[in-house]
Each structure stands twice: as C-alpha cells, then as structure tokens.
Ligand binder design. Structure first.
Ligand SMILES: *Cc1c(COP(=O)(O)O)cnc(C)c1O
Ligand code: SF4
Length: 479
C-alpha cells in the first residue's frame, strides 16, 4: 500500500561521455534521472469546472454565484436534517448511511456547520471512505471509545490563560482567541471545549466577541515586554468583521513589544470564495499586513488544509490573490486516520500546498480530544510519514511533525520523545524551555496497538503501572 517510487532505475539510464577528441560527434548529455512518471505531477491537477453540480440543490448554480462568499455563507448548512436532506438520493448506501450520520452527530462533541463548497468536494459515491466526509460528518458505526487518559482541554489552554481567551504558555508568544465561531465545524477540533454550539456531549465555555474581554487581553499583552508574537486564532479570523481584523491588527502592531502576528483561519480550505469576493475583509487584512511592513513587523496568515482534495482551482485563485497582495500563508495540518495517514497522501498535500504558494508549517499528531478516537493514529505513523515527506520537495516547504504535549508542554518535534513504547503506545516528552523539569505523556489509540498493549489497557490496574514504566524509562534515557 505504501509503495514508493524510489527512482532506483537511474543507474542503467545515464550515458557518461567518454574521453573523445575535438572532432567527435556531439556528446550525449548525462541523464541522472529517468523520465518522470506523470503520476508524480498530480499535485498540479486541480479540480475545475462546475464540480458542485452533482449536489441536486446546486445543480443550477453558475460559477459566479458559487464564487460569491455571501451565497456560500447563506447556504452553509448548520443543522443535521438539512445536511442529510442535501445528500439524500446521492449518498451511496442511502438511508443506512444517513441514519449512521444522524446517530454520529447525536454523540459528537462538535455541532454541524458545512459550506456548500465543502459538501460538493465530498465523493458521495463513496461517503464512508471520503477524506472530507470523515473530517466533518461523524458516523456512529465508526466511533471508538475515548482513551482512558483523555481530558477535555487536554492542552491546558484554559489553565495557561491569564485572561479568558488568552493563553500565555511559551516565553515570547501568546494565543489570543477573540471569538468562538468558525466558518465550519471540524470533528477533530482541539478546542471543542469552546468552539461552536453546545452538543449532547459538551457544554462549551463561551468566548464571544466581547469588548471588555478583548481590552483585558490587549492590556495583558502590552504589560508583558517578553511577548513578541501573537497568534490570533479562535474560533476563526474568517468570522471577524473587517473592522475587527483592523482593530486587532492595529492595536497589536502599535505595541512596541509585538514584533510578529498571525491570523489563523480554516477559511481558505473551506471557503476560498471569501478571499475572492469579500473585498472589505481582504482589504482590512491587507491594510494590517502593510502597516506591519511599514513598522518592520511580520503579519502572516495561518491556514489549515488537511487533504489534497481541499485544494481546487478556486483555492489557487484565492492564494494567487493573497500573493499579489504580499500576504504570506503557512499551513498547519492535523494527521488523521484514513484522511492523510499515508506517505502518498501527505506527500501530495505538501506538494500541492507548495504549488499554490502555501508553506507547510506543521503536521500535528492528533490531540487527545473527546469523541474522535477513530481519527487519531499512532506516533509511529507520524514518524514514518515524516521520513517519506522529507526530501520530496524544498526544505522550507517541508512541515515539522509535532505532538502538542498534553498537559501544556507545547509543541514538540514528534521525533524528540525521551521514550516511546510501541506496545503500550505511551510516549514521553520534556519541554525544557516551556515547563522545565516536567514530563508530558502522549497516548496512541488503543485499537491500533499490538495485542499485548491492548490487553494491558483492558485492565485498569495496569494503567498506572504502564505510565510509571514509561516515566522511569524516560528518566533513565535522560541520564
Ligand atoms: C501553537 C501555539 C502557539 C504558537 O506556536 P508556534 O510553534 O510558534 O507556531 C502559541 N501559543 C500557544 C498556546 C499555542 O498552542
Ligand atoms: S476551524 Fe479550527 S477552530 Fe474551528 S472547528 Fe475547525 S479546527 Fe476548530
């Protein structure tokens, strides 16, 4: 399944010029590589044309309408019945699939929110295996029990927050959550403790747009000279009004201590139309980037593509627009089982991102989040994929694979564990510059462990023993 084209055939193909006199025939240019297999250029093939026409409700929608962000927002689906109605008749497996999805949503930590663009990129002939369906539409039949070591807010974002919605974990950077809504809701969201509407599973912390809360966050940032880098996340910067983009940007850039800022948004992956047609929003972002440039401060956009199918000709147009405006874009992906957990898919994603001028920055090993155990995979998988991706394209377009250490250790290079037991699935990290002296534990999903590991997790008395073994092994490795 993971066969790689290693190009080992090159040995026989190169013809080295022999030592010849001045009058000899033209020399054959040495070929060090065989002709390329066109399949390896697939990253350039982007979906074009009226790909949304297979959804009955969009069959008559023309390109101009589909490209209008207002039409996309207005037709965004926010209720399970409407979502299922939109694909009734086209989803293979019919009513059984729809029933499975309805039950999946009833047990989910995230509420429903899907754009027409996203819905139309799902292959409804094979919804069980489609990588976008897997990310946005839970199926009860696929759910797995949570890992016993899992807690909501596993990253301790609330514990590290001096002001609600402002996490100051690392020495020189902070994470500001100005709002708690997004253009879509992703199953795998790390912030399911706050983002979106309450669900049967999760009653959310609220982080609404609130002048008073924002003022307190700004005061805190201004009061800490060590804070140089502010991540504006959420929620999602797409859902900030143009005026709010400016207000946050200007306020932060005018603080002498702030040197770098990033606006984080899932938007380009789920509604590139906004960049193409919401002029006020794009002008506001451009104005902040330009103010930053005049002040010699960096303002960039961070986005979140997880699968090559999320990058279409519309994405390319939108990213071209950002490039024309001098707006630099970086990408953070989440490694998810059956979505992007093979070397082929991840390599294609990385190459396609590079093709549309988006710089792959991080691939996160999936956080321990409630209700999505079926999406997590093992640390071993992450490490194996990284080996295949590195070397396939420019180093600056090669993402770092990270584990965001549960308990607030921050992002650690996946390879940098102090100890990793592939049988129990327990890995141990340290973070000397973030929380010196502490250990942080990550846990692989139990169903992917070898038999022996699964048996130990089946016995609750073994849990503290396995953790203690890992702790002791990590200490021993540090000596
Ligand atoms: C991810 C994150 C940041 C930014 O970290 P980088 O490694 O610089 O991308 C800052 N604060 C918090 C709490 C974060 O989770
Ligand atoms: S867009 Fe980001 S913050 Fe919003 S639901 Fe998805 S992962 Fe969570």
């Amino acid at each position: 399944m993971h066969s790689q084209n290693t190009g080992s055939a090159h040995k026989s193909l190169s013809v080295l010029p022999s030592a010849t006199g001045p009058s000899s025939a033209p020399t054959v240019t040495p070929h060090t590589k065989p002709p390329v297999d066109p399949a390896t250029l697939r990253h350039k093939d982007l979906k074009r044309g009226r790909f949304w026409a297979h959804i009955p409700a969009y069959a008559d929608i023309d390109e101009e309408t589909f490209l209008d962000h207002k039409w996309q927002s207005k037709h965004t689906i926010t209720n399970v019945d409407k979502l299922l109605a939109a694909v009734r008749g086209i989803a293979a497996a019919g009513e059984a699939f729809l029933q499975d999805a309805a039950e999946g949503f009833a047990k989910a930590p995230m509420s429903v929110r899907v754009t027409p663009y996203l819905l139309s990129l799902i292959d409804w002939n094979d919804p069980y295996n489609d990588p976008l369906r897997i990310q946005f539409i839970p199926l009860a039949s696929r759910l797995l029990p949570d890992h016993p070591q899992l807690g909501l807010d596993s990253l301790h974002e609330m514990a590290d927050a001096p002001v609600p919605g402002l996490t100051h974990r690392y020495p020189d950077k902070a994470l500001f959550l100005p709002l708690d809504t997004c253009p879509v809701y992703c199953r795998f969201c790390t912030r399911s403790y706050a983002i979106g509407l309450d669900t049967n599973l999760v009653e959310k912390v609220t982080l609404h747009v609130n002048e008073e809360r924002w003022r307190k966050a700004f005061e805190y940032i201004a009061s800490r000279p060590e804070l140089e880098d502010i991540v504006i996340s959420g929620g999602d910067a797409y859902n900030l009004r143009a005026q709010q983009i400016r207000e946050i940007g200007e306020t932060l850039l005018n603080m002498p201590n702030v040197r770098r800022m990033r606006y984080a948004t899932k938007g380009p992956a789920v509604m590139p139309q906004k960049i193409l047609t919401d002029t006020a929003w794009l002008d506001a972002l451009t104005a902040v980037v330009e103010l930053g440039r005049r002040l010699h401060k960096e303002v960039v956009l961070h986005t979140h593509f997880n699968h090559p199918n999320e990058i279409t000709s519309h994405t390319e147009q939108a990213m071209n627009r950002l490039m024309e405006r001098g707006i630099f874009v970086r990408n953070q992906s989440v490694l998810q089982r059956c979505v992007n957990d093979t070397p082929e898919t991840m390599s294609l994603l990385v190459k396609r991102l590079g093709h549309v001028n988006v710089h792959p920055y991080y691939v996160y090993v999936h956080d321990l989040v409630k209700g999505v155990e079926d999406l997590r995979t093992t640390l071993k998988t992450a490490i194996d994929i990284e080996k295949h991706v590195r070397g396939s394209t420019a180093g600056f377009n090669t993402p770092t694979f990270v584990v965001d250490a549960p308990g607030g250790g921050g992002k650690r290079d996946a390879h940098s564990f102090e100890h990793y037991n592939r049988t129990t699935g327990i890995s141990v990290y340290t973070a000397p510059s973030v929380k010196p002296g502490q250990q942080f534990f990550y846990f692989d999903p139990i169903d992917l462990l070898p038999e022996e590991g699964r048996a130990r997790w089946a016995d609750a008395a073994e849990h503290p023993r396995m953790i203690e073994e890992a702790r002791a092994a990590a200490v021993a490795s540090l000596r």
